[in-house]
Design a protein around this ligand. Structure first.
Ligand code: SF4
Ligand code: SF4
Ligand code: SF4
Length: 378
């Protein structure tokens, strides 16, 4: 067992392999205040990658309603229950055990194995509120909301310390040096399912037709061409941005992902206490129960929400949020100057620019040139 640095937990952790960070690390930031659960991302992935035999139940990208939804059923509750107490110190160091540290001697990772039935209801709990039923607009009477839910889109997190990789007895799972994407070598996989059991996020799935395990491939063919993944570029709500994250000790203020995660600290990993250093990051919903959010995103969540609320006073951050969803290209750098947000490639080539505030034109109903009155009534 090696000792490796986990910056999300503020301490070193145990892991079966030595620390070996890739040259670049694939990452996605999601703004949970904007997701509308349209599931376009889910279907964009499904129709691209998992329409074959044995993949019928697979959703490499799924969107679940928290707190009641989960695919597979109650995946996070099961894992958190097994892990036991998850305390943090006042200075943000995780005091509990990670899944690797809590594993019994015969296992590499503390795991929970879903049963077939747990995979049968991908939309369970959709739009179900916490806090009872909403009647007569009662939820509007007080803030913060005592009745709440939010949508949580999820993909594989292409973890820095993947549990799937740690658990595979065939060494069939590898993390790419060039972009940090975690892949299963289908020629080596024998379908033992250890990765399916070990991944706490349940993003490795068994294909009974091919008798191998499969998972989100980070849309690496697109990423190699400088294009963001299918579930990102098709997002209706423009809530997602894919890029490359640096660890905090080499973060760049002009890298969009570094800016949101390290500089502004408004985007957080989910369930960091599991110890995998997952690389999908969430801007937390401002209206949900604080204790619930703290369990999911760690103790820094309250400050993150306050910073997010203050964004209208921050023209750089507001400009970056305008760039999200404005191009299918991967943005390595960005800047905001004189009300224009610009995104560029790693070599500085401009890829897109958008105004931070859209101009508004008011047109009178009567067009004197044509002598007609226009209206918007069909
Ligand atoms: S989310 Fe799961 S499947 Fe993806 S890299 Fe992490 S442990 Fe592996
Ligand atoms: S990154 Fe690609 S493979 Fe992974 S969930 Fe998104 S669309 Fe699917
Ligand atoms: S496409 Fe975007 S807005 Fe729609 S469910 Fe997916 S993440 Fe949410």
């Amino acid at each position: 067992m090696s000792t490796v640095k986990n910056w999300q937990l503020g301490r070193d952790i145990a892991y079966p392999y030595d620390e070996n960070r890739p040259k670049k690390q694939w990452a996605i930031v999601f703004d949970l205040n904007k997701c509308i659960a349209c599931q376009t991302c889910t279907l964009a992935c499904k129709t691209t990658w998992t329409s074959g035999k044995g993949q019928e139940y697979m959703f490499w990208n799924n969107v679940e309603t928290k707190p009641w939804g989960g695919y597979p059923l109650a995946w996070d509750l099961r894992v958190l229950e097994k892990l036991g107490r998850q305390d943090w110190s006042a200075n943000g160091e995780y005091l509990g055990k990670t899944l690797v540290e809590a594993a019994p001697p015969s296992e590499r990772v503390l795991h929970w194995a879903p049963e077939d039935q747990d995979w049968m209801y991908p939309n369970i709990g959709e739009d179900d509120c916490a806090g009872g039923t909403v009647d007569g607009g009662g939820h509007m009477a007080q803030l913060p909301h005592d009745k709440w839910f939010f949508y949580l889109p999820r993909t594989c997190a292409h973890c820095t310390y993947p549990a799937c990789l740690a658990a595979c007895p065939r060494k069939a799972i590898y993390k790419r040096e060039e972009d940090g994407i975690v892949l299963i070598d289908q020629t080596r996989c024998k379908g033992y399912g250890e990765c399916v059991r070990a991944c706490p996020y349940k993003k490795s799935m068994y294909n009974p037709w091919t008798r191998t395990s499969e998972k989100c491939i980070g849309c690496y063919p697109a990423v190699e061409q400088g294009v963001q993944p299918q579930c990102v570029v098709n997002c209706i709500g423009k809530i997602r941005v894919m890029g490359f994250i640096n660890p905090p000790w080499s973060a760049r203020a002009d890298n969009p992902i570094d800016y949101l995660v390290h500089q502004k600290q408004i985007a957080l990993p989910y369930y960091p206490q599991l110890g995998l250093e997952p690389n999908i990051y969430y801007i937390p919903p401002v209206h949900a129960d604080p204790a619930y959010l703290e369990q999911m995103f760690g103790p820094r969540v309250h400050e993150a929400i306050e910073r997010y609320r203050a964004l209208p006073q921050d023209p750089v951050a507001a400009g970056l949020l305008c760039l999200i969803g404005s191009t299918d290209r991967i943005l390595h750098r960005f800047k905001v100057e004189r009300g224009i947000a610009t995104g560029s490639d790693a070599d500085g080539t401009e890829l897109v620019s958008v105004p931070v505030t859209e101009s508004i034109f008011e047109r009178s109903a009567f067009d004197a040139n044509l002598g007609v009155v226009r209206n918007n009534t069909p």
